[in-house]
Design a binder for this molecule. Sequence first.
Ligand code: FES
Length: 108
Amino acid sequence: MNTMQKQITVAQLDELSPGQRKLVFVDGQSVVLFNIDGTIHAIENSCPHSGASLASGKLEGSVLQCPAHGLQFDLSKPCDPGSSLCLRKFPVEATEDSVRLLVDPPAP
Ligand code: FES
């Protein structure tokens, strides 16, 4: 975490068991949290293809399928540098009882 980032508690860990997801709003942004095999992932709730909500996308393993046109994104891997369709991911930290998002301050 850099010193300018804020930590925002977005969920209690017991409401996000493995396999579960949660939609939260942070600083005016819609963010979807996924617990995949005990690892928390946080992504912007907007498909990079055409902006559809990803909150109800089908998840198989770590691969999320956009409900609008079916593009698939592997949440456990960084975006392919050659791809123009990258999910926006947020750094996230799980403590023993809560999940926190690390958010950059707004640009001046
Ligand atoms: S909006 Fe997600 S695949 Fe088109």
